[in-house]
Design a protein around this ligand. Structure first.
Ligand code: PFF
Length: 452
């Protein structure tokens, strides 16, 4: 069954894979979502659980996804089926890939709406609309944006078209080059913002908020959100990393590669938190402000710093690029499947899928205005899709991939791909068979049956 390359092509080198996978992992999840869910869940203890989930659950599952994709060199559904068959298992394991594709579609629909907010803020920063803004004014401006469906629709449409265009063009040099240039700049700008945050006087408070582990504030729901976010932020549980792995060179070490991606992703999230919370505290804002946290705090910070208009514009451009490279990866597994299974042209597959996700996105952007009364399980469409994908579908996909890699795939195949030293391989195998599935199952169980 060993194909040398995928029919979609392959990455030029191990570093291109690292770059592409990091481009997928680092996105709105790190800069927008991580700080606001940390704020909503009380800070420190939540951060600790999140770090533990990345290390004990996320990294081992990412290794499994990469090796399954690379072994089969096919889209996630066929990759899972082929690897299962080779080990004497049922081809039905491919169904995990079906749920993954559905997750990608649902995540994209709200991701693109937030991507649209970022585009709107690039324009506002560039025009100097937010110069000298106070926290109240910034809050009002964000509220006004959410209440304006026409503006939201325009930005959501632009973001969707940008994404579909790149997916349609294939794994091209354009996005690889853009990622290579933009990621380091993003990091430099994060450091500048961190420097500003350190000078605000709220830094100690921000630091303590993130790193003082007060377990009395931790609930099962918060643990679930931390676990779900570790999947979301590493792009796991839905086949994205499997699809990217299928384009990876055979000679590269999976362990080292995955550790690098995990470390970069975690670093960006922590630095984003350390940059945002001091601004929140020094301006007397609420850390539990929810999804608007970044869109309210950053304009205040940039509105006050020298050259704020320039830095602010650049910063939102880079968040936009980070969101863009992640959004591309949300669609890639399904497009690869449509091309391989139905022999569709990449461009037709991308447009067909694009129309579906764009339409679903309209329901998400309506959650803040014309559809605000429509709820599912007490949540508006935007929150509902965010909740079920990140907290249920991705962890479930992750459990199944872990069980598959641990119990179904023959040891000799896994070892052949991973090439880990004996002791590390054992740890990885235990994580697949027990640690990762049990951790996810326990958290899901207590969420459904809360302790009194
Ligand atoms: N990892 C991305 C982020 O943190 O923004 C989001 C994401 C991309 C999730 C791709 C899942 C995925 F497959």
């Amino acid at each position: 069954m060993r194909n040398k390359t995928s029919i979609q092509g392959s990455w030029a080198s191990r570093w291109i894979f690292i770059l592409a996978a990091t481009g997928s992992a680092v996105g709105l999840g790190n800069i927008w979502k991580f700080p606001y869910i940390t704020g909503e869940n009380g800070g420190g203890a939540f951060v600790l659980v999140y770090l533990a989930c990345i290390l004990l659950v996320g990294i081992p599952i990412m290794m499994a996804e990469v090796f399954i994709g690379r072994r089969a060199r096919k889209n996630p559904i066929n990759a899972l089926s082929d690897v299962a068959e080779e080990s004497g298992g049922s081809r039905k394991w491919g169904l995990i890939g079906v749920m993954g594709m559905l997750s990608g579609v649902l995540i994209f629909s709200f991701y693109s709406v937030v991507g649209g907010w970022v585009l709107h803020y690039i324009k506002a920063m560039l025009m100097g609309d937010l110069a000298g803004t106070t926290s109240d004014q910034a809050g009002a401006a964000f509220g006004a944006l959410l209440g304006d469906p026409a503006t939201l629709l325009i930005w959501h449409t632009i973001f969707s078209i940008m994404t579909i265009a790149v997916v349609a063009a294939g794994i091209n040099k354009g996005i690889e080059t853009a990622t290579r240039i933009m990621m380091p700049i993003l990091f430099v700008l994060l450091i500048i913002l961190l420097g500003y945050a350190m000078s605000t006087g709220g830094f100690a408070e921000g630091w303590n908020f993130m790193f003082q582990f007060d377990f009395s504030k931790l609930t099962w729901n918060a643990a679930l959100i931390a676990l779900g976010h570790s999947f979301f932020t590493l792009s796991l549980g839905m086949g994205t990393i499997m699809a990217y792995g299928s384009y990876m060179t055979k000679s590269a070490s999976i362990g080292k590669t995955v550790l690098t991606i995990g470390a970069l992703d975690t670093l960006v999230a922590l630095v984003a938190g350390l940059a945002i919370f001091p601004i929140i505290f020094s301006n007397g804002m609420d850390p539990a402000a929810g999804p608007g946290l970044m869109f309210i705090s950053l304009p205040v910070a940039f509105g006050q710093m020298p050259f704020g208009q320039l830095f602010g514009t650049m910063f939102f451009v880079l968040i936009g690029v980070a969101a863009w490279t992640s959004a591309i990866s949300l669609l890639e597994p399904t497009v690869a499947f449509l091309v391989e299974r139905f022999r569709m042209k990449r461009i037709s597959a991308s447009i067909a899928l694009g129309v579906v996700v764009w339409g679903l996105g309209i329901a998400c952007l309506g959650s803040f205005n014309f559809m605000s009364d429509f709820t599912l399980f007490g949540k508006n469409t935007f929150d509902f899709l965010d909740y079920i994908t990140a907290n249920i579908m991705l962890p479930l996909g992750g459990i199944l991939i872990a069980l598959f890699a641990g119990w179904v795939v023959k040891d000799k195949f896994a070892q052949d791909e991973l090439k880990l030293p004996e002791g590390i391989y054992k740890l990885w195998n235990i994580s697949m068979k027990f640690t990762a599935p049990i951790a996810v199952a326990v958290v899901l169980y207590f969420l459904i049956n809360p302790m009194q």
